[in-house]
Design a protein around this ligand. Sequence first.
Ligand code: TRP
Ligand code: SF4
Length: 402
Amino acid sequence: MRPRVLSGMRPTGALHLGHYHGALKNWVRLQDDHDCFYFVADWHALTTHYEDREVIEKTVYDMVIDWLAAGLDPERSTIFIQSRLPEHGELFTLLAMGTPLGWLERVPTYKDQIDKLKDRDLATYGFLGYPLLQAADILIYRANYVPVGEDQASHVELTREVARRFNHLYGRSGGFEAKVAAALARLPKDDQRYYEKQRKTFGETGSAEAWGKGEALIQRAAAAVEGWGSDESELLRGHLRGGGKTILTEPQALHTEVLRLPGLDGSKMSKSYGNAVLMRDEPADVTKKIRGMTTDPARVRRTDPGDPEKCPVWDFHKVYSNDATRDWVVQGCKSAGIGCLDCKQPVIDAVIAEQKPWRERAASFTADPKKVHWIVEMGTERARTVAKATMKDVREAMGLNY
Ligand code: TRP
Ligand code: SF4
């Protein structure tokens, strides 16, 4: 089984090159060797933009088209919309019961965002709780990896704490000890003793070696013991750790190296700052936008030398150009041998070339919106199967299985 990846994106407008290079490109790559779940985080968008229903409503399917245009493949990735799966809300509610308020107040994005988005009233219950909603999004699919930017790393950390606490509180319910004993009884006596020894050592010293040996034994049992399933393995793994059964899986953040692409004016690329090149901008607009980009202010006249390190165009060259072109830029900029418009041309060409397959794929979807709806429908149902199975275990563990 391939490890599962889950990530979400808020539907707040058309996607731009910053989204592509900062996240989407990585999502596409992960499809090769992971079981990928990608969703439209429409509830998340409402945590900050609860007054902007039009933007969200208008953007949901457009964003899915941007994803498909970038190369997400519905055969390999499960693509869905958060609000179509009320199970996310149910898990959020259940997790909320035992989550200390301090855990949420201490999430660094909480105070940061309140300071940054001064024009909005974010003193809301939903805004404080949204990292917990994110935890529910992740845990409900038992994701192993979550590709997120630096800014969201603390949310994955919170998710891990929430999972640990849940397993600790509820993982021992339902006759846990008896089930462990029954599973162990199916192993040869020598293995039982060996397992107990590793568990004891791990419990006392936290030895990674003991953990590894115990884990290896569980894997051997899974391969050798007739009728041994993943339930038995999870049971023992929880027991080995000294906790209860693992009901919710602790995910790991996946920080792949991403290339940061600034906006046209050098600040963060964002549609609301009006400094973005959109994934589906027409070539003429791309040309116009990049020709108008901010450059090193020292280059007032064509004959004034400049410094690429002080110029956002250079960041584009880092993403889009090869070594030869970059040498040409450094050399030409510092000696005033080239003008800024000369310098920008290879970037313009590269962006337009990069967009070509996106534009083609997007065209086939905009011409046939039913196809996009169908893809989302399929993904939503696939996601529902997984979410329902998790919720069944969660309800049972919490004693809500009437
Ligand atoms: N909170 C994320 C953002 O604002 C989006 C998101 C919601 C997400 N749920 C998630 C990302 C789960 C990763 C995993 O960008
Ligand atoms: Fe920027 Fe290129 Fe102009 Fe130098 S020549 S200031 S790198 S656009």
